[in-house]
Design a binder for this molecule. Structure first.
Ligand SMILES: [Zn+2]
Length: 841
């Protein structure tokens, strides 16, 4: 009896110990022998998988050690993150496949290109891309990658060898190294020796902005299509290099959830995705179900998450002949946490990710010919559709903005979409296209469907709920003209390498230099000019001089009375022109048609000292987009003021302060509000975004009238409530505005219409005085995406922008995010206008 009790007690203790310090056996399948020459994770990183949160550098060391020890694994470095961490990818296959890896890859690509050749899908290897923890604070994925990589390198036996002979695995152990590192630091530094599972513990409450995002606080799982971030660029290059058949994306969700695998909600699949894609996803799902049944883990599928926005990792593959699969594991966040399903340990979450990584390759092995045939047929039917399409080419361009057009072409280039130069200047349906700043995309090409997904406008939907945005039409995001044409007549030669733009100032002047404000990088040029202590002015009216028309907002730099002599000034400006891709013109006279160069209609500009309020209470995505825009694109220094110490600092030196979207009073208390108000009254320009509009109105910084939704539920049951309310969310759609081009907020825009991205339901009533409404939603504003009828009625003729004086300063508000996800190039200038020209509004 006593013996039994002791034995039981020991068993309980062992169980607890096992939970706290797992060994590798906990993850690995039974009945497999392992090659003893392969180092285990603990051999290299000094702790068991799941004992601590792996830091990115340790993960990297382990992958390097495996590549060295195993002839199944090679490791390539594809670049670095913003913080300089290597973006590695392991290629895992049999040693004999490794000897022919390039031939295998080319054959694999040939399957999607050369339909005359009879490829035998029964004998070809399948390609599986497995990626982990794109959200850095969803760490079970990257931690599972340790055990999974060990398994792939060390597992022995004929079954494993057959698997590797039939498969090339691209193992991306960390989609987001900077975020993973940030989160590991947090979870490890708050870990107690006696694991604390109380959800109130600091371990589970990361400080702002948390480890989800990358260095500039971007959600990288929205950048698969726009490819604006270095991590995405490396990943997308690997994707197109290999055209994987299956791509998996391992995430985490709320602590009280179990485990999710795709398919998502069946009715919310993008219509360009073939039906068979979802059927295959469902069949692959049966392997995950079986594997999770075996270890007793709860799971679900088809109830939430969707396959609509192609910018997400599990949906992007679906428009590229591949099958994208999302996994979501309930998060332990730290090492052990109480949940509605009992104690949730970090090792348990890792084991589910490990198990589904394995069930993925099992499905790939068994379904190989079927999935390869699906990929071939995807491209063959796309080719047939393209041939039937009457549109043979898409032309896009902006006559006054070569850089912005170039950046759109750069996205095409990264996706291996073919495009050509424009043969000659042409006007189509009233839209002018210039040879130097336009491109032609043939529709008859391999990536026909991807082109459609990027360029189409869609306003009809079968469902009114979206997990993410409902529109991302690239030519609207870039605010470029585009036209569909029925032939390739305008196409010049194909562009295979995008050469950098070249700009200059052709001659020296003794009088003045001029440039228009339309080019994308003009704010970068102006900022450099002002930082060099060079005087510059902005034209509030158009004028004509020496054979050239200059629009509103043109910048004039007089030669006389500068801190440089005329020769030095020419050299400095020439360098700025070159660095910022902005052509400047030397003029020899101040006499113009319109305002003369000495006119008071030229306003002197001031060097800017810009700050942004960040920290607890501010939406980190919105703040990060602004930081990235100024720092990475325009080389403009931005001081980040944390709400934590905002009340203790002196604001006097700042000329402009940006208040991004936020919650809980944007983290500012009464003293903070007063301080900000005082600063505006003394002459500061305060720029508020999205719901900062309402906060600034409520706190009497600005007088605004909002249009409110009066919708009341009628005949809507409790069961329908969620869908009813969900249908009123404007998750992200594109709307047309009309511009008053004479207002400084619109300087640099050459057309009277501007597409704006919107993901709020804040509607400002237009001012009584028409000149106070320089940007106004039109009467039929919906260009692309979903909005409810009720909200569409509210947005019509409302205004997304207002500016008002307060003392010597200005309060500027935007209801919409003009910097969305780093790829909304078309509206980036609005923020720059608010900063540089705020004081003349
Ligand atoms: Zn996630």
């Amino acid at each position: 009896m006593r013996k039994t009790i002791v034995f039981l007690l020991l068993a309980v203790l062992q169980n607890l110990t096992a939970q706290e310090t797992p060994t590798l056996d906990y993850y690995l399948p039974d009945n497999v022998s392992y090659n003893p020459t392969i180092p285990t994770p603990k051999d290299i990183i000094g702790h068991e998988v799941g004992e601590w949160h792996v830091t990115h550098d340790k993960l990297l060391f382990y992958m390097q050690a495996l590549a060295k020890a195993s002839d199944r694994i090679t490791l390539e470095n594809r670049g670095t993150t913003f913080e300089g961490r290597p973006l590695v990818l392991a290629t895992v296959t049999s040693p004999s496949n490794h000897k022919n890896i390039d031939i295998i890859r080319k054959e694999h690509l040939d399957l999607t290109e050369n339909f005359n050749k009879k490829h035998d899908v029964n004998t070809m290897p399948i390609v599986v891309y497995q990626g982990f923890s794109i959200h850095g604070n969803e760490p079970s994925g990257s931690n599972a990658a340790l055990a999974y990589a060990y398994y792939l390198a060390a597992a022995q036996g004929p079954e494993m060898e057959a698997m590797l002979a039939d498969m090339v695995i691209l193992l991306d152990p960390s989609f987001n190294p900077d975020g993973l590192q940030r989160f590991a630091y947090w979870a490890n530094s708050n870990k107690s020796k006696n694991l604390v599972s109380d959800p109130n513990d600091r371990e589970f409450h990361e400080v702002w902005p948390g480890g989800r995002t990358n260095h500039y606080w971007f959600d990288m799982n929205r950048d698969w299509l726009p490819v604006q971030l270095p991590e995405s660029r490396a990943r997308i290059a690997s994707f197109h290099k290999w055209m994987p058949n299956i791509l998996t994306d391992h995430h985490e969700m709320g602590t009280n959830s179990t485990f999710f695998f795709q398919p998502g909600v069946p009715g919310r699949v993008h219509p360009l995705t073939p039906k068979l894609n979802q059927e295959l996803t469902r069949e692959i799902g049966t392997y995950h179900a079986k594997a999770l049944d075996n270890i007793g883990s709860l799971y679900y599928s088809e109830e939430n998450f969707d396959d609509y926005f192609y910018g997400k990792g599990s949906t992007f593959p679906d428009i590229n002949g591949s099958i994208g699969i999302l996994f979501e594991q309930g998060s332990s966040r730290g090492h052990l946490q109480e949940s509605e399903n009992g104690l949730l340990s970090f090792p348990f979450t890792i084991r589910n990710q490990f198990t589904t990584a394995l069930s993925t390759i099992e499905a790939a092995k068994n379904m190989r010919p079927k999935i390869l045939a699906y990929q071939r047929d995807f491209y063959q039917t796309a080719k047939e559709e393209a041939e039937k399409n009457k549109t043979k080419a898409l032309i896009f361009g902006d006559t006054k903005d070569a850089a912005k057009t170039w950046h759109l072409a750069e996205i095409l280039h990264r996706h291996k979409i073919k495009f050509h130069a424009l043969d000659k200047d042409v006007t189509l349906g009233g839209k002018a296209y210039k040879k130097e700043s336009s491109f032609v995309i043939p529709t008859q090409q391999k990536n026909y469907r991807l082109v459609q997904a990027m360029f189409e406008k869609r306003t009809q939907f079968t469902d009114s709920l979206f997990y993410d945005i409902s529109a991302w039409t690239f030519p609207l995001a870039f605010n470029v003209d585009y036209t569909e044409v029925p032939s390739m007549n305008y196409a010049g030669e194909e562009i295979t390498e995008l050469t950098p733009l070249t700009t200059t100032i052709e001659k020296e002047s003794n009088y003045a230099y001029l440039f228009e404000w339309h080019e994308y990088y003009t704010p970068k040029a102006l900022n450099s000019i002002l930082n060099m202590g060079i005087r510059a002015k902005v034209a509030k009216q158009p004028f004509f001089v020496e054979g050239k028309q200059y629009d509103y907002g043109s910048i004039m730099i007089p030669v006389q009375n500068q801190r440089f002599d005329s020769k030095e000034l020419y050299a400095v400006l020439k360098k700025i022109s070159n660095d910022s891709k902005v052509n400047m013109v030397a003029v020899q006279t101040g006499l113009t048609k319109g305002i003369d160069l000495g006119s008071n209609e030229f306003e002197p500009l001031k060097k800017q000292e810009i700050a942004m309020i960040v920290g607890s209470g501010i939406t980190s995505y919105d703040a990060g987009e602004i930081w990235h825009l100024l720092d990475q694109r325009y080389d403009i220094k931005l001081t980040k003021l944390d709400t934590e110490y905002f009340n203790r600092i002196d604001l006097a030196k700042y000329t402009a302060i940006i208040l991004p979207n936020g919650s809980r009073g944007h983290g500012l208390d009464k003293n903070g509000n007063e301080k900000l108000k005082q600063w505006v009254q003394n002459g500061g320009v305060l720029i508020g975004y999205r719901n900062a509009t309402e906060w600034l109105s409520k706190n009497e910084f600005i007088k605004l009238t909002f249009k409110k939704d009066t919708l009341v539920a009628k005949n809507i049951s409790f069961g329908q409530k969620k869908d009813f309310l969900g249908a009123q969310i404007t998750g992200g759609a594109i709307f047309e505005t009309s511009l008053d081009r004479s207002h400084p907020i619109n300087f640099g825009y050459q057309k009277e219409q501007l597409p704006i991205f919107r993901n709020t339901n804040i509607y400002i009533e237009a001012d009584k005085e028409s000149f106070n409404n320089p940007i106004k939603y039109t009467n039929t504003p919906l260009l692309s995406g979903y909005i409810s009828e009720e909200n569409l009625a509210l947005i019509k003729n409302s205004v997304p922008f207002q500016v008002q004086r307060m003392g010597k300063g200005r309060v500027i508000v935007f209801t919409d995010n003009t910097n969305f996800r780093g790829f909304w190039y078309g509206t980036n200038k609005l923020l720059m206008n608010a900063i540089f020209f705020g004081k003349i509004m």
